[in-house]
Design a protein around this ligand. Structure first.
Ligand SMILES: NC(=O)c1ccc[n+]([C@@H]2O[C@H](COP(=O)([O-])OP(=O)(O)OC[C@H]3O[C@@H](n4cnc5c(N)ncnc54)[C@H](O)[C@@H]3O)[C@@H](O)[C@H]2O)c1
Length: 269
């Protein structure tokens, strides 16, 4: 049985909230992080009867000291799991802010929390099917180079475009998982990511409303519908369970089959 607090970012959101419910039902201690204190406290009240201790942290994950704030809120408790769902989609901000929240904050968070995990723990990051829609081999090589060396030369030119900044940030999140699996493994820990398809959350609905091309893709999904936030949370719960004890360094698509379909048609990556 894995012990340790479950840290959930974006806990008040469409994927974070069902994840919080699932881990609360296991009786786990939770640290719920999001921007808005009132929404977090309302969620914590719902969860307290089932969960162990529930602590909330209302803060911006892009703050340079966010990992330190999370560690302080843990008050000495070890981390059993990280479910990192906080993020911004293309219609929510400009490219630079999207990249800072989705990638830079994620990298700092993973590095900052790694020493505080308990044996058997797992970090689950959230990528996106957008990461699989980047086809240009030169750009993919630049993203690999960026994740490995920190050099932004090959990606900086795309940051004016929110959609590209989003897709590149999510591809680079997959890069973090592949890059950091050895450091996690050395400590008896695992790290993996989930690539959601089109999920019926506040974010997913806003993107679909704003983007006709996206609505066309949703219409092509082999499962013939958008996904639910809990269909992402269930995979996150699996990844953090002993049943996933050999799953690390990998991105798992939970997309109703859309990327497989695009690949089969020759229009995916
Ligand atoms: N919904 C989709 O269709 C979809 C598809 C692919 C990937 N994703 C990814 O899944 C993750 C979760 O998305 P969701 O659909 O649950 O979105 P959501 O908007 O419902 O929830 C995201 C939560 O993150 C919080 N958040 C945003 N920026 C933050 C910040 N700087 N600091 C702290 N908290 C912050 C928000 O307040 C919100 O509660 C995101 O990383 C998103 O990019 C979503």
């Amino acid at each position: 049985m894995t012990t340790g607090t479950v840290v959930i970012t974006g806990a008040a959101g469409g994927m974070g909230r069902p994840a919080a419910h699932r881990f609360a039902a296991q009786g786990r201690a939770l640290l719920l992080c999001d921007l808005d204190a009132a929404r977090l406290e309302a969620l914590a009240e719902e969860l307290r009867p089932a969960a162990g201790t529930v602590t909330v942290l209302a803060a911006d994950i892009a703050a340079p000291d966010f990992a330190e704030q999370a560690i302080a809120a843990l008050d000495g408790a070890g981390i059993g799991a990280l479910i990192h769902t906080a993020g911004l989609s293309p219609t929510m901000s400009d490219g630079a802010r999207i990249f800072a929240v989705n990638y830079d904050a994620t990298e700092r968070l993973v590095a900052g929390l790694l020493p505080h995990f308990t044996e058997g723990g797992c970090a689950v990051l959230i990528s996106s099917v957008s990461a699989y829609m980047l086809g240009d081999p030169a750009l993919l090589a630049s993203i690999r180079d960026f994740v490995t060396t920190g050099s932004r030369d090959g990606i900086a030119g795309y940051m004016d475009h929110p959609g590209m900044a989003y897709a590149i940030s999510k591809r680079a999140v997959i890069g973090i998982v592949e890059r950091d699996a050895p450091a996690f493994g050395a400590k008896g820990l695992r790290i993996a990511s989930i690539a959601p398809g089109f999920i019926d959350t506040p974010m997913g609905r806003a993107e679909a409303e704003a983007n006709e091309q996206l609505r066309g893709l949703i219409g092509m999904v082999p499962q013939r519908r958008m996904g639910h936030g809990d269909e992402i949370a269930s995979v996150a719960e699996f990844l953090c369970s002993p049943d996933a004890s050999y799953v690390s360094g990998v991105d798992i698509r939970v997309d109703g089959g859309i990327i497989g379909l695009l690949n089969a048609k020759g229009s995916g990556q």
